[in-house]
Design a protein around this ligand. Structure first.
Ligand SMILES: C[S@@+](CC[C@H](N)C(=O)[O-])C[C@H]1O[C@@H](n2cnc3c(N)ncnc32)[C@H](O)[C@@H]1O
Length: 206
């Protein structure tokens, strides 16, 4: 019984803070100018966005990266399963991005709507990574479609970047395992880069 209560508390805390952020403190965290900004340049470099692109950010949180991506001139769309984050992202992007409530495993978009898909510090919460990647592929145009996913490497488990007990709710993958997901989801190409210590960037093309 005590064990079950403890697990429930960890789930509740993980949701509030990161897995489905909500509440005043989460809104403050995900509206910060530099939240997860360490991930932006590797993702932007991999995607090489231009004004002709339509980007989808899955698990967009407070929309700070969406705002940065708008600077490339591309069209920007965000999706998140937290109603609080959807509202916040609409506010931070001042109506310049479409932001929709929805889940990575069942994206509320038609086939081939996007030329680029990204996800920043959210992938490790997806319960079924291959199912999510299948959805990413479905909503992408075959050419010039591309995916860039920034996630936390196993060696950071238990550090301030992924502290316990929250880390027990995340999925951490070795590079080799991560690199196999795109093919399993039907992508033509997929590989893992290491843009910094403890950082993994999964790049894929349909
Ligand atoms: C740690 S936050 C990162 C937010 C944002 N990408 C950033 O870098 O600031 C993870 C985000 O992913 C969202 N998320 C987690 N799992 C999701 C899922 N299965 N479908 C949609 N959004 C999800 C959460 O609601 C949260 O906003």
């Amino acid at each position: 019984m005590l064990g079950r209560i403890r697990e429930w508390r960890i789930d509740r805390m993980t949701d509030r803070v990161a897995r489905r952020p909500h509440g005043r403190s989460a809104r403050r965290t995900y509206a910060a100018e530099d939240v997860h900004s360490f991930a932006w340049e590797p993702v932007l470099e991999a995607l090489a966005l231009t004004a002709g692109d339509t980007l989808l950010d899955v698990g967009c949180g407070g929309g700070i990266f969406l705002r940065r991506a708008l600077e490339t001139g591309c069209t920007v769309v965000g999706v998140d399963h937290s109603q609080d984050m959807v509202r916040l992202a609409r506010k931070t992007t001042e109506g310049r991005a479409r932001v929709v409530l929805g889940s990575a495993e069942r994206l509320p978009f038609g086939d081939g709507e996007f030329t680029a898909v990204c996800s920043i510090v959210a992938f490790f919460f997806f319960p079924d990574p291959v199912a999510a990647l299948r959805e990413f592929r479905r909503v992408l145009q075959p050419e010039p479609g591309r995916v860039a996913i920034y996630t936390t490497a196993p060696e950071l488990k238990g550090t301030p970047a992924a502290p316990y007990p929250l880390a027990t709710r995340g999925h951490f993958y070795e590079d080799e395992e991560l690199a196999e997901f795109p093919q399993a989801a039907g992508f033509r190409e997929g590989y893992v880069l290491r843009p910094g210590p403890g950082a993994q960037l999964l790049v894929a093309r349909p």
